[in-house]
Design a protein around this ligand. Structure first.
Ligand SMILES: [Zn+2]
Ligand SMILES: [Zn+2]
Length: 169
């Protein structure tokens, strides 16, 4: 590992994560909130994903997706943009890796729900149910947490709310 220091007084203008990564993080979070608001949970209710359990789950899924090796060049790209890393990386983003597909159905056996995301670890296209409700972090055979069982439990105690914009703005 190579240690690097940001020169004094430049941190404000050179924040690598602000330059690129945070936009991608927000894009992914919006995809999840947006899907939940549009299609809701299994019972079809719109969901804001605002109860504590769902927020923890969402954070954990965001971290899981963004920490995959396939997205490492994207993180490095933030540092390159900030002028803190000199390197050529192939530029990929969350859309390329997770949402650019033409399949319409979940690829999980016996599931025909609407495809939501291409997992950055196992490269399987799955529906929101298998991604979020079923907590793909511990179901993903290619991920580092496969089979762990201390996970947020299944309580779809979600609130109805039209003001989804409040969260993301
Ligand atoms: Zn996966
Ligand atoms: Zn599914």
């Amino acid at each position: 590992m190579e240690k690097m220091f940001v020169p004094a007084k430049l941190t404000g203008t050179l924040q690598p994560l602000d330059l690129y990564f945070n936009r991608e993080l927000k894009y992914l979070a919006k995809k999840m909130y947006g899907h939940a608001a549009l299609y809701g949970n299994e019972d079809g209710r719109a969901s804001r994903l605002v109860d504590r359990n769902n927020i923890l789950k969402l954070q954990s899924l965001l971290h899981f997706i963004l920490s995959a090796p396939v997205l490492q060049p994207m993180i490095e790209y933030s540092w390159i943009l900030a002028g803190l890393l000199e390197k050529q990386v192939e530029h990929v983003n969350v859309y390329d890796v997770c949402f650019k597909f033409s399949e319409t159905e979940c690829q999980t056996n016996d599931c025909n729900q609407l495809a939501f995301i291409n997992c950055s670890w196992c490269r399987t296209i799955i529906c929101f149910h298998h991604f979020f409700q079923q907590y793909h972090v511990t179901k993903c055979v290619s991920g580092p947490y496969f089979g762990l069982d201390n996970v947020p439990n299944e309580e779809d105690d979600v609130e109805m709310d039209e003001n989804i914009d409040d969260i993301m703005n």
